[in-house]
Write a protein that binds this ligand. Structure first.
Ligand code: HMG
Length: 384
């Protein structure tokens, strides 16, 4: 039985900052941010959006009266949780009016958690072929104004339905994993911004890619030449390019050029949004599927997932017949086209008001936010 991605959509708030202008404001050459980091725009997250509302705005686009009652499991990957006890998945289940007799849990392992959700969902569907699983990844990437990590911020959510006979991608067995207890990036409970050893994290990312790809090729006796494209978790888009270039000596020149060409399609959307943390790899997937003109059903795509701390996974998925129609490219492009640019000072004001929302009894300026789901404030320790 084939199991995989049946529907997929994403959401990012409607504001962004231009990276060339941000570079100037930080007394850096624009080329550093545009080429060296590989980002053109960065999503700016208002205090009316959090991991739950962004996930709801993404998932609402793929839930309808035909599939709502078939969903029997919600897996919510996030490292921007809003509560240490109650799972973000319960809020989501309620906002989307899903059935009450289902399972809903939140998963955490940095940016890897959405991939964990997808693989758990696949096993759930293999055991219960009629079921559909809603898997989301939703996060806000924050390093702080005037930090080295600032050009790698961003945010948003990706939502998908995993089912039998998927319309878009079938997930293949096996996967290759690598996990090690390292301190490359983490988010202490008392902090609103990530702590990161940037250069070390980038080296570890490449090392985990090398290890998991090698393990995958050993297990399956396959080679890079079997893959139409390899796509990546993109903390900044140059990161994926560096990882890809590190393994191109494993294939011939013609195929290496093909992988580089497909990688360019896969990074178009992340260039415009920045790091989505859990959802980032799947924004690369959407970008490839919407923008590449070379894809055909039956072709295989390699996916590399990395979550700091750290856990990596390499797996392969196969494009299904008529995947192009199931993607709904127009609606996906519209999320990016409908955005508004902020000046640097407007961005800084919005950034500073996003967190901490730790005080009780606050209201947000919800007139600002035209999204279907938004955070209105907090009253009596409960988010509204
Ligand atoms: P930095 O030290 O400011 O940047 O921070 P740099 O000096 O290394 O420059 C960056 C690149 O720009 C270099 O290229 C320069 O040569 C180039 P590279 O050597 O890397 O190929 N450059 C220029 N290029 C063109 N024209 C110019 C120019 N000037 C310089 N004029 C760093 C960069 C990424 C370290 C920083 O932004 C950071 O710490 N970011 C956050 C950490 C991160 O994203 N790590 C990625 C791997 S870890 C991961 O993926 C997990 C994560 O998503 C979290 C999770 O799992 O939850 C982060």
């Amino acid at each position: 039985m084939k199991v995989g991605i049946d529907r997929i959509r994403f959401y990012t708030p409607r504001w962004y900052v231009d990276m060339a202008k941000l570079a100037k404001a930080r007394h850096e050459e624009p080329g550093k941010y545009l080429i060296g980091i590989g980002q053109s725009k960065q999503a700016v997250i208002p205090n009316t959006q959090d991991a739950v509302t962004m996930a709801a705005n993404a998932a609402d686009q793929i839930i309808n009266d035909n599939n709502r009652d078939q969903i029997d499991l919600v897996l919510f990957g996030t490292e921007s949780g809003i509560d240490n006890s109650k799972s973000a998945a319960i809020y989501l289940q309620h906002l989307l009016q899903l059935r009450a007799d289902i399972q809903s849990v939140e998963l955490k392992q940095a940016c890897y958690a959405m991939t964990a959700g997808i693989q758990l969902a696949k096993d759930h569907v293999l055991a219960h072929p009629a079921s559909k699983v809603l898997v989301v990844g939703s996060d806000i990437a924050r390093y702080g104004l005037h930090t080295a990590g600032e050009p790698t911020q961003g945010g948003g959510a990706v939502a998908m339905i995993i089912s039998a006979d998927p319309k878009i991608l079938a997930i293949e067995e096996p996967s290759a994993h690598y996990t090690a207890d390292i301190m490359d990036f983490w988010r202490p409970l008392y902090a609103t911004e990530a702590v990161v050893d940037g250069k070390y994290s980038s080296q570890e990312y490449i090392d985990f890619f090398d290890r998991t790809l090698t393990e995958y090729q050993t297990k399956t006796k396959s080679s890079l030449a079997d893959l139409q494209a390899v796509i990546f978790h993109l903390p900044y888009t140059k990161m994926g390019l560096k990882a890809l270039k590190s393994v191109l000596n494993r294939t011939d020149e013609r195929h290496a050029n093909q992988l580089l060409r497909e990688f360019e399609y896969s990074r178009i959307f992340s260039r415009e949004v920045g790091n989505l943390y859990t959802g980032s790899l799947y924004l690369s997937l959407l970008s490839l599927l919407v923008n590449s003109e070379n894809l055909k059903s039956g072709q295989k795509i390699g996916l590399f997932s990395y979550g700091s701390g750290a856990e990596g996974e390499f797996y392969v998925a196969t494009l299904q017949t008529n995947f192009q129609t199931a993607i709904e490219s127009g609606s996906i492009k519209k999320v990016l086209e409908d955005r508004e640019e902020l000046s640097i000072s407007e961005y800084e004001t919005m950034f500073n008001s996003q967190m901490p929302l730790t005080n009780d009894n606050f209201v947000t300026n919800d007139k600002l936010d035209s999204a279907k789901f938004y955070l209105a404030g907090q009253k009596d320790q409960q988010r509204l």
